[in-house]
Design a protein around this ligand. Structure first.
Ligand code: FE2
Length: 305
């Protein structure tokens, strides 16, 4: 990663690294993602929708350290579940469950060798090093399907709203396109330079003590800000491209209205040196576990240049 690209990251809040993975590497990840979708372990339906205001979902909370499956919310809305999963009574059309997945996460890097290898690869560690991260560790990873015609939109957000740390700039996202991402199939859009305005809102754990159950609820601490659509620019990229994302930059993606899939592998790295990860974040590892350190072997530190 050149000085120019580091500058670009600091200036825009994201940077595009073309040909980050070669065709073989993309194919390996894509096959692994397809295999996950072909082998869904149970028939329970858990959904995920970007920007959903409130959640009380133990499956989601437990996914911090697991390989868990989330469907598009539209699968269960408006009685579509039966028609999507089992065939529409009128049209007879069916969709296999694999085509209705939103994502699998949030610890693929821990439990799947292919995803683990890419997330902790030398190029990733070198980027962390070039960005000045002193003790980067992988906090979460996800395989995103964004399936044809059903892959939902991701509302404008900052990743630091979900994985908040002090300072929030300690968070860096990696988003790797496994298909060509276009404006039709839901490429990312960025508000360039928006990472300089702090965290706009947070998605936090709260304890519901109204019922006496002390259940963990998840909710935003303030309503969704309204952002003018004019501040966002689409960033279509070829498969194999990695977009490195500042934790505070505003980004979004549209629904996939095309007939083409838009798979991606994404993960977030936190610089643990000098930062404090919030205990109010939704993602908390079980007692005694820690984020996967990228520099744990000091001898593997990328060479300075
Ligand atoms: Fe994001």
């Amino acid at each position: 990663m050149s000085d120019t690209l580091v500058e670009k990251f600091l200036q825009d809040g994201f940077v595009i690294l073309e040909d980050f993975l070669n065709e073989e590497e993309v194919e390996e990840l894509r096959k692994a993602g397809e295999a996950l979708a072909e082998n869904i372990p149970d028939n329970d339906i858990h959904t995920f929708k970007s920007g959903e205001e409130k959640r009380k979902d133990q499956y989601f909370l437990d996914s911090a350290d697991k390989v868990s499956y989330f469907y598009e919310t539209s699968v269960t809305e408006n009685g579509n579940l039966d028609s999507n999963m089992n065939g529409d009574a009128e049209t007879g059309k069916t969709s296999a469950p694999r085509n209705l997945l939103n994502k699998v996460g949030h610890a693929l890097h821990k439990h799947h060798p292919v995803f683990g290898r890419v997330a902790s690869s030398t190029p990733v560690r070198e980027i962390c090093y070039r960005l000045g991260l002193e003790d980067p560790a992988i906090a979460q990873s996800m395989y995103i399907y964004k399936n044809p015609k059903i892959g939902g939109e991701v509302l404008p957000h900052q990743d630091a709203s979900y994985l908040y740390a002090e300072p929030p700039s300690a968070l860096v996202g990696f988003w790797i396109a496994l298909d060509d991402a276009t404006t039709k199939n839901g490429c990312l859009w960025f508000a360039s330079g928006s990472h300089k305005s702090g965290v706009h809102r947070r998605f936090m754990r709260t304890i519901d003590n109204t019922t006496g159950s002390n259940e963990v609820h998840l909710a935003y601490d303030s309503p969704a800000p309204s952002y003018p659509s004019s501040i966002f620019r689409p960033v279509p990229v070829k498969k194999g491209t990695c977009i490195v994302i500042h934790g505070l930059v505003l980004h979004k993606s549209d629904a996939n209205t095309s007939n083409d899939p838009r798979h991606a592998f994404t993960f977030h790295v936190l610089d643990q040196k000098g930062s404090k990860y919030s205990p109010s974040n939704w993602l908390q590892l079980p007692e005694g576990q820690s984020f996967v350190s990228l520099y744990s072997n000091k001898h593997n530190l990328p060479a300075s240049n």
